[in-house]
Design a binder for this molecule. Sequence first.
Ligand code: M6R
Length: 614
Amino acid sequence: MCGIVSYIGKKDPVPILIKGLRRLEYRGYDSAGLALLDGKSLNSVKKAGKVSELSDELSVSPIKGNCGIAHTRWATHGVPNDINAHPHLDKSGKIALVHNGIIENYDSIKKTLEKRGVVFSSDTDSEVLVQLISEIYHNDEGQLDFKDAVKAALQEVVGAYGIVAMCSDEPDSLFAARMGSPLVLGVGDNEFLFASDASPIIEYTRNVIYLDDGEFVEVKNSAYSISNIHTEEIVSKTITKIDLTIEEIEKGEFPHFMLKEIHDQKHSISDTLRGRLNLEDGTSMLGGINDYLPNILEASRIYITACGTSWHAGLIGKHLIEEYARVPVHVEYASEFRYRNAIIDANTILIAISQSGETADTLAAIKKSKELGALTLGICNVVGSSISRETDAGIFTHAGPEIGVASTKAFTAQVTVLIMLALKIGRKKGVSLHRGKELISSLKEIDTNVSKTLETIKLVRQVAKATCNADNYLYLGRGVNFPVALEGALKLKEISYIHAEGYPAAEMKHGPIALIDKDMPVVFLAPQDETFLKILSNIEEVKARGGIIITVTDEENDSLNSLSDYVLVTPKSHRYIFPITSSIILQLLAYELAQFRGCEIDQPRNLAKSVTVE
Ligand code: M6R
């Protein structure tokens, strides 16, 4: 939530910062702003709305400087307006700061500062930090330099932050710190960038340092030094080479990142599988967890924790792991799990699933489980992310950068990893070679099946056109396809603002059936498996009440055809491939519905891609 980018070097910072903000806009788009140091003068421009508003403003009233900090906001404290936009300046106008995170004790600090006469201009928690730095810096009778003042202020705040600050008394310097919110330092040739992720950096350098909690960076006169926030101790860090390409973070010929990412699934699932399938032995090869396999095999219980779409992948993972590995799996929202007294001990495995690897609640759940002795495994998409570094071991999904706020290819990659993990454990625990080979063979056909699934787009568009004025949508599935129903409903809510619910198909009779009338589209996940006839009865029940029936199946059937208003067919494959292919149809449906309703698909209202606040 919120994106930070800053630059110091020989180039004009403005285009670098604006481009960087555009890349980070997925993290929040309530307002944007930047501040530049031009020798000893500090100038800033801030605008409510998207980065384009800021860019327009700068073309009318340009500012210049030799280094700068910039921010795109997802509002927490204070409405999205120009004043609450970052950067925030202190009362002297000499210090500017951008902040991602939440200062939890801002209110008490604010009251103390107000008593000392500080007048605040915004409603944000972030302004409190810059005013606190200023108070310390200006009131120490010259005892502290700016760096020490920033460090001293950070001792007083409670909460999460990634910050970059600058001061007009230190014209060739940037100061940054991380506690709970991600921050990456790009180390170029006589130029340095800070950013919330590596995407604004890659055009200038491939050398990055992922900062850890409690680290403070000073960049001064073309050199950087990293120290502990609380002490003078210098921290030595390794430079990582990033291999992200520009093409991967741009939408190319597609009108939206979401559509591009839906189509990326033609290869992102097999990218996740690459080098990990062993057909001969009917198993998978997951190097990242090999050392911990004995602990995994002996575990008495597994918790899967995640948020949003990743939690839905976790629910599918429960079916898979219990089916193949025969170990109890509990799937928990990270935000609930971290605060309850779950039974966690040395025989517990915690699997944390996260696209971004930065979700605050998921990260906190990992830390808690580690403290209680559990082995923690991560399923993450972003290499170098906090969750991938905090967990004991893990398996990366290789879906590539996901920029659309609605998660698509990350979800199918997560399910793919969970299939491989379940099979890996299962084969060690006695699942037959035949069953293993059967699943591996189906995984090997995934690209073809995804491509065929994407051919449903024309029919999906017809469904969307016919139902785009609906106020509600219901998604129903059974067993492993119930989480697919939940995911379909979440996709629709996020990007089209149609209220949608996912339910186990048989549960419909226990309440939601009351909602059904001729205006209610109901999506049934109806593969030809052992529950097919039961689903058919559920479809009859909706038909009898006049609902609009949209069926997603893997084999056409006369009864289905006659009962359904629309039938969307994915290729027939293994029963555990259907959750992948059917969810792609539901992604397309959400996309097309949002298009017909004229919604902002990649940046839906109120949302941000990476939820780094609790
Ligand atoms: O990065 P994560 O996977 O940890 O994010 C979790 C959720 O915030 C995320 O899946 C969210 O629900 C998506 N916007 C759904 O499309």
